[in-house]
Design a protein around this ligand. Structure first.
Ligand SMILES: [Mn+2]
Length: 462
């Protein structure tokens, strides 16, 4: 945990943005895998962590905006629980660590919210993403299931997003810890791969680096020779000479801040000529995007610059044709780059996605496109100092998509499908790094990891 003063200051900043009523914070509960006592690793809700720092299940809190009191709700462990799970600090001790003055039992929350309801006071809550908390809201607030899902408080959500979007120095330090471990995961993978290994061996080694650091993974690792599937979590392929391995994985720090990086490298010690050409185009797009990062720049512009760099490179290889600007405006490049260039990162690897990707990444003044490709851009809004985000352009040859577009005759002015056929089994690649936006540009988080063709081949040869 950070010091109690940090959590108190965060809550005071939140209170100053909101008018009246009760703010309700539901922590997460343990979640069963296949029966009640066999649980997934516990992950606390990120907004609960942000405002209270308490990393245990079965907690909730309220802030009364009208009388200014903050209350932590939870029960001290019974002797039976202590026998099985060990002891935990009392609720009063935990409240003190979070700078919270008042505590009540878990059952007290029902009373407090019932009282608020009887006096027609608003209970503001954030959108629930776990079924358990949907049920808790239904019971606590005496609302129907659809209201639990849709009745979250817009002012509360917006205030949390505004605050969590700007990372404080102690958060950037924590994120950089996670990214530094993430870098070590990527060095490990790049060094160990040999033809004949199975993807799961690399996935296991990468996870070991994360867990030995005292955290864990910030998301399920993508370690695959079939990198054209954007979120490919299968780890059963055997690595063959001539293939490339895409590793998209990240560590979470002990305080649950995320890192998220990708590297793609040859299973052999060198790239093939064809791989070098495509890799270099994606790398050029990456560098163009990084150079463009600055406060005031809409990330959508950064993304479109990466798209144009990719389209221009693919035009050089004869896969695309025509005017690059027109091709990207029409969305033709999305045959090869189907997703966005990056996303916000913090306590969540896709930061605050539970609060609504449009609210976090678009806000006022930016509207999400419906065009294939651009519609998947998670972050479009103007960048501000303190934003932490990823840059991850890639090039993906998805055989089914190529066939579909060719059959539909899509963008024949911009795509040479006969030439694309030569690449249909190429796979996919991306490089991904994490940046903090500074007063006049951006700073790479974590130590540099081999990225140019020469650097990657040097690691692979070693
Ligand atoms: Mn990412």
């Amino acid at each position: 945990m950070f010091s109690s003063e940090i959590y108190t200051a965060r809550r005071e900043a939140l209170i100053s943005q909101l008018d009246s009523g009760l703010l309700l914070f539901l922590g997460n509960e343990d979640s069963p895998m296949n029966y009640a006592d066999n649980i997934y690793p516990f992950r606390q809700d990120s907004s609960f962590l942000y405002y209270f720092g308490l990393d245990q299940p079965d907690l909730a809190a309220t802030i009364d905006l009208d009388d200014g009191t903050t209350t932590l709700f939870g029960d001290d462990l019974t002797i039976d629980q202590i026998v099985w799970m060990g002891n935990r600090p009392t609720i009063a001790e935990r409240a003190a660590r979070a700078g919270v003055e008042s505590t009540r039992t878990a059952a007290g929350l029902t009373e407090v919210l019932g009282g608020a309801r009887r006096s027609s006071r608003t209970a503001h809550f954030l959108p629930p993403y776990r079924a358990a908390n949907v049920f808790r809201l239904i019971e606590l607030l005496d609302i129907d299931p659809s209201a639990a899902r849709s009745g979250s408080s817009e002012p509360f959500i917006r205030a949390v997003i505004a605050q969590r979007s700007i990372k404080a120095p102690e958060e950037i330090k924590e994120i950089e810890k996670a990214v530094t471990v993430t870098c070590a995961m990527h060095v490990k993978a790049m060094e160990m791969v040999r033809p004949g290994m199975v993807e799961q061996e690399i996935a296991a080694a990468v996870q070991e680096v994360a867990e030995r650091s005292g955290g864990g993974l910030s998301f399920p690792s993508i370690v695959t020779v079939r990198g054209e599937t954007l979120h490919n979590h299968f780890h059963g392929n055997t690595l063959e000479s001539g293939q490339m391995l895409l590793n998209d994985s990240g560590a979470e720090s002990a305080l649950h801040y995320a890192g998220d990086m990708s590297r793609t490298f040859p299973v052999d010690s060198t790239f093939t000529g064809k791989q070098k050409e495509i890799y270099q185009i994606a790398l050029d797009a990456h560098e163009a995007a990084v150079t463009a990062l600055a406060p005031g720049v809409p990330y959508r512009d950064v993304h479109l610059l990466a798209c144009r760099t990719i389209a221009s490179g693919l035009k050089g290889l004869g896969l695309m044709k025509g005017d690059v600007g027109e091709a990207v405006a029409a969305g033709a490049h999305a045959l090869f780059f189907q997703c966005g260039t990056g996303h916000m990162m913090g306590l969540d690897v896709h930061d605050m996605e539970d609060l609504g990707e449009d609210r976090v990444g678009y806000g006022d003044g930016f509207e999400r496109s419906t065009q294939f490709g651009l519609k998947s851009l998670r972050l479009a809004r103007e960048l501000l100092p303190g934003f932490v985000l990823t840059v991850e352009p890639g090039i993906y040859f998805i055989p089914e998509l190529i066939e579909r577009w060719r059959f539909e005759g899509k963008f024949t002015d911009f795509i040479d499908y006969d030439r694309v056929e030569d690449y249909r089994d190429f796979g996919g690649l991306r490089s991904e790094e994490d940046f903090v936006i500074t007063e006049n540009g951006a700073r790479l988080l974590g130590p540099p990891v081999a990225k140019t063709i020469a650097e990657v081949e040097a690691v692979r040869a070693g």
